[in-house]
Structure formats: structure tokens, C-alpha cells
Design a protein around this ligand. Structure first.
Ligand SMILES: [Fe+2]
Length: 233
């Protein structure tokens, strides 16, 4: 099954190779620069370890610093241009601001409860591209529920007039987080249920994501505050 089919009709997600790892590497470098932490540039692992002992306010400060990381969206797009073009065509709407995401190990840490992207107002034609800045060799990754099962759960919930309500929140998902390598990304469609679990590790998980769709499809609730038009050359 080719990647396009996997993402649209098959399981609803696929692990893909980043088209231009040099650009993605530069994005990672810029990310480290933005944080402006006292960490050797060669030691990304050191940064990941350091983050695990930060207080919530230090983490908040990092998030504030990242608000000005406006070039991340363009760099993500350029790093994965071929895959994005295959799925959405030459003319696309791409998220103005890429999300830079970090998850800390241990209990009582911020985590993403099971959800599907459609619930946050993006259109059914939007895809998410998510790429970690390092190998995922612990359980700090994200679990994905295949499209068939995701639809069953969503439909069941919709029949009660709910969107991402208690049915999903209280459900026990036993899926293991996906392990992927640096240089790979996951692309998934907006109906796929996903989330992450508390995990045990000495290091934080750092990743970047963008959303995109064909410019020929309607945006629905999201508008140009969220997406910008882009022609892929
Ligand atoms: Fe998500």
C-alpha cells in the first residue's frame, strides 16, 4: 500500500521519511538557538535531560521564547515538501505557526489525552505532520488508533451528541506508543484518535508538527489566522 493510500484509506497514518533532512536539521538547530539555554550545541541529549528537571515556570518561559519561532512552519514545509505535495497538491494551506512540542517524563506532566484533530476545528481535509527531533526509543511517543476503530468510536460518541467527551476520555487504550527514528515523521488524517501516556525516561521528548491541506478544499472553521496559502514549487 502506498503512503497516500495508507494515510487516506488504510490505517489513516503512515511513518514517512523526511524528504530533506538537512533542512530539518537546521530547524532543530534553530530550535536549540531559540531556547537560549546553556547547553552545548552538540549535546541535544543533554538538553533533553536538563528539561526533565525544570520547573513548570521554566518550561513556560521556554514556551514564551518559542512564540517567536515563526520560521519553523516554512522549514517544516520545505523539509517534507514532496510528501505534502503528494497528499495535498501544489497549492496548499499550511499552518502559519508550527507547533514545537515537548513532553516530560513522569507522573503529573502535561500529556495529550486521546483526541482527534477534527475536534479542534480543522477541516476533514487537513493532515498533520509530526516529527521528533530525536529517535524515540522509550514510551515518550504517541499512540495511534487505526482509522476503522477510530471511526467506530467517534460514531458511537456522535450518536450521543458528543465530541471527544467522556466515552473517549475514559476509554482504556492499550496501544503502545509508536517508535520512530530521527529523520522520520508521522502523517495522519484528522479522524485518527491519538494521544500520549505518562512515560518513564531520563529525557524529555521534543518534536515539531504542522497541519496542511489542499487550497482547493474548504477550510471550514479555521481561517487565515491559522493557515496561510502557499504554492509549492
Ligand atoms: Fe493531536
Amino acid at each position: 500500500m502506498n503512503i497516500q493510500k495508507k494515510i487516506t484509506q488504510g490505517p489513516g497514518y503512515a511513518i514517512v521519511k523526511i524528504d530533506n533532512l538537512k533542512i530539518f536539521g537546521n530547524l532543530k538547530k534553530k530550535f536549540i538557538e531559540k531556547l537560549n539555554l546553556d547547553v552545548s550545541k552538540n549535546s541535544f541529549d543533554h538538553l533533553r535531560v536538563k528539561m526533565t528537571s525544570m520547573s513548570k515556570s521554566e518550561i513556560n518561559n521556554i514556551m514564551i521564547k518559542l512564540l517567536s519561532f515563526s520560521e519553523a512552519s516554512e522549514m517544516m514545509l520545505n523539509a517534507c515538501k514532496i510528501k505534502i505535495k503528494q497528499l495535498a497538491g501544489k497549492e496548499i494551506f499550511v499552518q502559519r505557526r508550527a507547533n514545537t512540542i515537548f513532553n516530560l517524563p513522569g507522573k503529573n506532566q502535561r500529556r495529550q489525552w486521546p483526541h482527534y484533530e477534527l475536534m479542534s476545528g480543522i477541516s476533514p481535509f487537513t493532515y498533520v505532520l509530526w516529527a521528533p527531533f530525536h529517535d524515540l526509543d522509550d514510551d515518550g511517543g504517541i499512540f495511534y488508533i487505526d482509522q476503522k476503530r477510530s471511526f467506530e468510536i467517534i460514531k458511537k460518541e456522535h450518536s450521543k451528541g458528543l465530541v471527544n467527551g467522556p466515552t473517549i476520555l475514559n476509554m482504556n487504550f492499550n496501544e503502545k506508543p509508536i517508535k520512530i527514528r530521527y529523520g522520520e515523521a508521522i502523517i495522519f488524517n484528522p479522524f485518527i484518535l491519538h494521544g500520549n501516556v505518562n512515560f518513564v525516561s531520563k529525557k524529555a521528548r521534543l518534536a515539531c508538527s504542522i497541519r496542511f491541506q489542499s487550497a482547493k478544499k474548504p477550510l471550514m472553521q479555521k481561517n487565515s489566522d491559522f493557515f496561510k496559502y502557499k504554492k509549492i514549487l
